[in-house]
Design a protein. Structure first.
Length: 340
């Protein structure tokens, strides 16, 4: 693994967990010839944004680890609507006059996560996704394909999906980022240098959803990357199964928080907690690792899965779970955890 002095402070607490990700990155390089610098992939955003190492609050500041009656839960107040929903969440937990942290202490971790998700807030019980499923489920193998001249249509936003697209683009694929005129990628309003790093060299299309132009763009794709609930694109007449059936060798990369059959939303910090990918403080209590760590972990594993699928000939629907990706790393180092 390449050492970068500026990123070493971020790397040290995470390094014991990186065995599966290092293996996937090395195999991606074997398949494509593209090296993957994991410290940059995992921590560049935090460094560019000037974040500090996280503790009980995530590096980006929106996600909190809350002590509950029986353990820990992460609640991610990443959007204005999430903050506005906090009084309703406290009321659901049976403590309408308490602060969220106090209300959480009177409920179980599962109850906190379930109540938050009911309100559309990304939340997770610590370790709840461990052992539930593998990070990537692949369906319908086909015949061998190369990444050269492969056209990728990227509907994803924020980090995990765009990172997958970036790595595949470096391997020779042509990447087209597609956004809705009414709902652009929220990462555009984040760290400009990081957004440019993720999307450099990619074609950008901003289209009306739905539209004839959108249908034509998808018709010309060899690979689709999406990171929304499956029904979102189905409502636009874009269906993964139909996309794969229309032409041999295509690949669909579907990134979700917990799987395509689970409607719960997730962001990188709470998905990492769900997978048990946390560190320990000096008292043995959980703390966040890295910056929204499940996002870049998922991006690397999704890119590796897509490269492997194309090497097998494509024809596969790749179901990539952020929580399961985090759990794969957490499970690999469970005996090596040490205080941060």
């Amino acid at each position: 693994m390449v050492k970068n002095a500026a990123l070493d402070q971020w790397l040290e607490p995470v390094e014991p967990f990186l065995g599966p990700l290092t293996a996937a990155a090395q195999d991606f390089t074997r398949l494509t010839g593209v090296p993957v610098d994991l410290p940059t992939v995992l921590f560049l955003r935090a460094e560019l944004a000037g974040h500090s190492l996280p503790g009980r609050t995530s590096a980006g500041g929106s996600c909190r680890l809350l002590r509950t009656a029986d353990g820990w839960a992460a609640v991610n107040l990443a959007r204005p609507d999430d903050l506005a929903a906090v009084p309703a969440l406290v009321a659901l937990l049976g403590s309408p006059d308490a602060e969220l942290s106090k209300a959480a202490e009177r409920a179980t971790a599962a109850e906190v996560a379930r109540a938050a998700q009911l309100l559309g807030i990304a939340a997770a019980e610590l370790g709840a996704a461990r052992g539930r499923r593998v990070p990537v489920l692949a369906h319908r193998p086909g015949r061998r394909r190369s990444l050269s001249r492969v056209r990728i249509v990227d509907f994803s936003a924020l980090w995990a999906g765009p990172l997958c697209a970036r790595l595949l683009g470096l391997a020779g694929a042509e990447v087209v980022k597609v956004e809705s005129t009414t709902r652009p990628d929220g990462a555009r309003f984040g760290v400009p240098g990081f957004y440019g790093w993720l999307h450099g060299g990619h074609e950008s299309l901003v289209l009306d959803f739905p539209s004839e132009a959108l249908t034509e763009v998808v018709a010309g794709a060899d690979v689709v990357i999406e990171a929304s609930r499956p029904r979102a694109l189905r409502r636009l007449g874009i269906d993964a199964e139909r996309f794969l059936a229309d032409r041999p060798g295509r690949v669909w990369v579907g990134i979700t928080g917990y799987g395509r059959d689970d409607d719960r939303i997730a962001f990188g910090d709470d998905a990492a907690v769900a997978g048990g990918l946390t560190g320990l403080d000096g008292e043995g209590d959980p703390v966040f690792l890295g910056d929204a760590l499940a996002d870049p972990v998922t991006g690397v594993l999704a890119a590796h899965a897509a490269a492997r699928s194309l090497a097998r000939g494509g024809g596969e629907l790749l179901c990539v779970s952020m929580a399961a990706c985090a759990a794969a790393l957490a499970g690999s180092a469970v005996r090596e955890r040490r205080p941060c």
